[in-house]
Design a protein around this ligand. Structure first.
Ligand SMILES: Cc1cc2nc3c(=O)[nH]c(=O)nc-3n(C[C@H](O)[C@H](O)[C@H](O)COP(=O)(O)OP(=O)(O)OC[C@H]3O[C@@H](n4cnc5c(N)ncnc54)[C@H](O)[C@@H]3O)c2cc1C
Length: 396
């Protein structure tokens, strides 16, 4: 018997056999999220995208809560206590449907809930986390300002003490989930340095106008946060952190999810391109039979599965408590950049159909332009790695 006859067959959907690294429970979670996205997102997402809205966001949040996808890798307070790998698999499946849905989940779980879970008081955790895990309360995370994006240290939003109260003034920009949030985690300068606050969005002086006219992440709510003399009690501050370390550690957790998620968008485009190439005929044969098309598909498959393997490796390090922020930067930089390349190449395989919303390719490609920028731009992650490699800080 030849050696190859004892080998498992080649699986075009998993050419490296990465699924062998997963436990049955990992596969079950992945299947649950995949089938939820297939039922609830895929049939409607092109329409939401076309209209630039996410009209069912509250129902979707509750359903995501019911399948345990919100604050998934956190423990207690109604959270699922899943592993980092399981959380990553969920992000991949959600972003294979649409980056906007994955953003909803990332901001809820990895930014707003993570901040409260890691830096909040026991009372803040009990007040907010169970409702957020269930999707009854949507959270947002306000760090970016109109004049301070990559360099949040210069933020102008200010929290001033007035007796035992805090009074917040300022503006945040490009805040995912802002207009639908029940609680906003807001980062502000104070006399003691940068502090985080749990701001109930019905507090007088708080408003969150939605940002329109986006040509990317259209099936996602993005807002300004306006804080105009918002008075909060003393216990609204997150007691366990002062300084930029607070928001940056939340961002590191969310970026980790993006390392996986970006590969979901890429997988969707790759699968679309393969299916199209096998059926679309030109010059009397399927375009998938031309060497140039096969070269594109082979290169896309290589980068897609290398990216998934990288995500898996980082997930295992996170589960072992050994994942460094520089390694997250490595993953985000590579996987989002390669995902965009895969989507753009898929677009060419589909020819003119590649620009149509009938196919998911252009939607993913334009979504990934936001993913490339938020949670640290490509350049910021290059600078993080550049500094780690040389010991020289090139940020300023
Ligand atoms: C759809 C969407 C959703 C978002 N959601 C949220 C959210 O929920 N919460 C939140 O707080 N923020 C959110 N953001 C904001 C996002 O994090 C910022 O846009 C991002 O940090 C970049 O900031 P900026 O847009 O101000 O760009 P800038 O910081 O002004 O950067 C502009 C360009 O200059 C480059 N640059 C800046 N400094 C340097 C340097 N030292 N060296 C080399 N190049 C440099 C950047 O890399 C970039 O290419 C969201 C953004 C988008 C698009």
């Amino acid at each position: 018997m030849s050696a190859s006859s004892t080998l498992p067959p080649f699986d075009p959907t998993d050419p490296l056999g990465i699924d062998d690294l997963l436990e049955p429970e990992d596969l079950a979670i992945r299947d649950t999220v995949r089938s939820w996205a297939a039922d609830r997102v895929l049939p409607r997402v092109a329409e939401w995208y076309e209209h630039g809205e996410l009209p069912e966001i509250r129902e979707l949040a509750r359903e995501l809560g019911a399948i345990g996808a919100l604050g998934m890798s956190l423990s207690g307070y109604g959270c699922a206590g899943a592993s980092a790998v399981q959380y990553g698999l969920a992000c991949l499946e959600l972003e294979a449907a649409d980056s906007g849905i994955r953003s909803l989940v990332s901001v809820q779980g990895s930014l707003a809930m993570y901040a409260l879970h890691r830096f909040g008081s026991e009372e803040q955790k009990r007040t907010w986390l169970p409702g957020m895990a269930a999707g009854e309360i949507i959270g947002c995370f306000g760090l970016t300002e109109p004049d301070h994006g990559s360099d949040p240290a210069g933020m102008r939003t200010y929290a001033k003490r007035d007796g035992s109260d805090w009074v917040l003034n300022g503006r945040k920009m490009w805040i995912t989930n802002g207009s639908v949030a029940g609680v906003a985690v807001v980062w502000a300068q104070s006399d003691d340095g940068i502090r985080g606050f749990a701001v109930p969005t019905d507090a007088p002086g708080f408003s969150a106008p939605e940002i329109k006219h986006k040509w990317s992440l259209r099936a996602s709510v993005t807002s300004e946060l306006v804080l105009d003399d918002v008075r909060l009690p003393a216990d609204a501050v997150l007691p366990e952190v002062t300084g930029l370390r607070g928001p940056l550690s939340c961002l590191s957790h969310a970026r980790y999810g993006i390392v996986w998620g970006a590969m979901g968008a890429a997988r969707s485009c790759f699968e679309t391109a393969v299916a199209y190439a096998k059926t679309r005929e030109q010059f009397g044969r399927p375009i998938g039979g031309f060497q140039l098309t096969q070269a594109k598909l082979a290169d896309m498959a290589v980068e897609l599965h290398k990216g998934i393997l990288l995500a898996h490796h980082l997930g295992r390090r996170m589960d072992a408590g050994r994942l460094r922020p520089e390694q997250v930067s490595f993953g985000k930089l590579n996987n989002v950049r390669e995902a965009i390349e895969i989507c753009r190449t898929a677009r060419t395989v589909l020819g003119a159909n590649g620009i149509s919303l009938e196919y998911p390719v252009m939607r993913h490609a334009t979504n990934l332009e936001s993913v490339l920028t938020y949670e640290g731009t490509v350049e910021m992650h290059q600078l993080v790695l550049g500094k780690a490699l040389t010991g020289l800080d090139a940020f300023r």
